[in-house]
Structure formats: C-alpha cells, structure tokens
Design a protein around this ligand. Sequence first.
Ligand SMILES: [Ca+2]
Length: 422
Amino acid sequence: MFHLRWIAKLTLWVLAGTLALSATANASTSYRTGVNKQFSAWLKNLRQEAKTQGVSAATFDRSLRGVKLNWKLPNLKPPGRKLKKKAPNWQAEFRSPGPYFKQSYINSLVATGVKHKAALKPHLDAIQRTYGVPPGIVLGIWAKETSYGKAQLRHNAIHTLATLGFMSERPDFFRKELLAALKIAQTKGIAASKMRSAWSGAMGHPQFMPSAYLNYAVDQDADGKADIWSSVPDTLASIANFLNRKGWRGNTWGYEVVLPKGFDCTLEGPDKRRPISDWLEKGVKRTFGRTFSPAQLKQQGSSLLPAGTHGPAFIALKNFYVLKEYNESDLYALFVGHLADRYGKNRTFAGKWENVRGLTRGDTFDMQKRLVKRGLDVGGIDGLIGFRSRIAAGTYAKSQGLQPTCYPDKALVNHIRKTTPL
Ligand SMILES: [Ca+2]
C-alpha cells in the first residue's frame, strides 16, 4: 500500500514538475518572441539611420540577412531584465604578475615570431620605413592579439554587434560600431560575411573594432582592399599605422633596470618621467651590465614596477604608453615590448618575479577605500592593483615608517585596517 501511494505521489510530483517546467518554457518562449519583435523594430530603425550615413538598403539587407539575437553572448541586458553580468569574485586570490610571463608560452611565441620575422623581412622593412615602428613591436602585437593570426574568430562581426547594440551593457557603443561595420561593407570592398570577429566585434588578425578599421586599416599589398582577415602585410601595416598615429617614435618601448637598495618605489608612473640620466644619478642601472648611449640618456623615462619591489623594474619610454592605447593593461604593454626584445636575443628578465599572492580582490577593494579616506589617489576603487594603487600603498607605508614595497600584501592591508577605520 505504502509503496503504491508513494508511486502515486511521485507521479503527481513529476506531473506537477513537468507542468511547471512547460509553463516556464512557454513564458520564456513568449518573452523571447516579444524581444525578437522589438529587435526587428530596432533593425528597421537602424536601417533608416544607416541610410543617412551612406549605407544602401541593399548593403544593409545583405549584411544582416538571417541575423538572430545571440543569447549566448556575455554581459547581455535583454529588455526589461537585469544585466546578466558575472559579479567580480571578491574571494578570488590575485594571481601574481609573474605567471603572465610564462616562459614556455613566450618561448613558443618567440620561435614562431623569429620565423615570421625572416620570411616577412621585405614587408616589415617597408612598414618600418613608412610608419617608423620596428618589426618586433608589430609582430609582438600580432602574436598577443591572435597568435599570429592562428586564433579562431568564431563570429560574424555585424551579427554579433547587432545583438550587442540591441541588448548589452554598452548599447550605444556597440550600435556605433555596428554602423561603422556597415560602412566598411559599403565603402571598403569587404563583404559582411568576410568580417570575422571575436564575440565583442574585434575583427581580424589585429582585433580592430570597426571604427578602428575605418581609422587605421591600410592596404599594404596594394590589391585595393585593407584586408586584415587574410593579408599579413595589410595586418602588419595596419598595426604599425595605429601605433604611429598614437605617437610611437623611435626603436623601443623601454629598458629593464636594476634599482639601488632603498630606491623610492613611489616614484613610479608616467607623470614622474625624467631624463634617463637623472635615474642613473639615483643609482639605477641597466641589466646584464649594459650601458645607455648618450642619446638614450637624454630620453624621458618613467619607472615601471608591475610587482612593486617584488619583481623586475623597468624604465618605460613614452612608447610604452602608446602600446597601452592598444590595450590599457601595464602587463599587456610589457608583454609586447618584452616579446619584441626577445626576437633579437631570447633572454628572459634579469629580475625575478616573486610570488606576491595572498590578497583577495575584496582585500584590495577594502584597502583602496581606506587609502582614499586618507586622501590618497588609488586611480579608482575597483579591487584591482594599478600603478596608482601601488604608489598609494607605498606612500602609506612610508607615512607609517614602514619599508615601502609598492605592492600590497596581507600585513600592509591589516595595518591599514587598524589605522584607518571606515
Ligand atoms: Ca590589401
């Protein structure tokens, strides 16, 4: 009896569950039908705007034929719903900067890059003559963006931008990029189906957004098209043109250096740049016993300490900050510069990246709030350690009579908690 009753109960429960599920499915289907209708209206409106910007109805219809909302993209904000964004993991421990420069990864990029450098020499030389950007830097960006064009670009730029322009965290930004992509299809001889991109709409080997393509892509192989999807010369020249226009001048991004004992790590950052000769007067030296030429001594350089005093130190030239125009991370710019150096002589950093783990993102967030309360500039309370947070941590340590390392650790965070209540 009991057994039968149990089965009956279970059946009811399964039935109820199925009904509830199908009700949810129906609600979800009708919700999506509604959203698809809004998307169609949005496209109609966009078609008009595109027309006023010179995109013909034929180009528009051809480029967006069969477009569907892609519900799998990250950070979507569908109409009437909340942003589906992954919240920062405040419990997550920071990785130290060291693993970003994994030697096996760099060595494999160097091996491939050296081959490309030899095979592409005539193109790279011509590009350097025109844009003044050395081969290693151009190859370094190509490597970092798409592994020298090997990375798979899984999206059609126009289709992914249509979803992001319609329902994402930054709809205006992506809508403008979508219009720029349509202009490329209209005026640059590139078919929409050819414009392969990452989910974000970053296109081709150099990962240009469509507006960057319109501003910086060039036709190096003179076939009439700036083809950053299948022409390597066009790709490399487009990267070089971007860097030239952002202000790249000369041969290098900066130099690894050795700091003297007791060096003031709070002197980091682009607003404290000074001639390299001044840094030498403070006891800074080049690594591996190298010296600076008289011309180099006159260059303006900033001290750069991605792991504070717990890692290699660098003098960054203005060109380093040009690389940050490509991607705003210090580590990205350093990676490209370091890789460029290694195509010449494959030698790793002289300094050692120490393990500086132990802090969570929440710890850093909390520390930043307290440092701001003390009137220090942390460059934004975001739980991330940029150079302004490093300087603020160092400045705090100095004010407390502690030895500054300019990279926060548990002991420093606890010290700040005690002295600076919120
Ligand atoms: Ca071309």
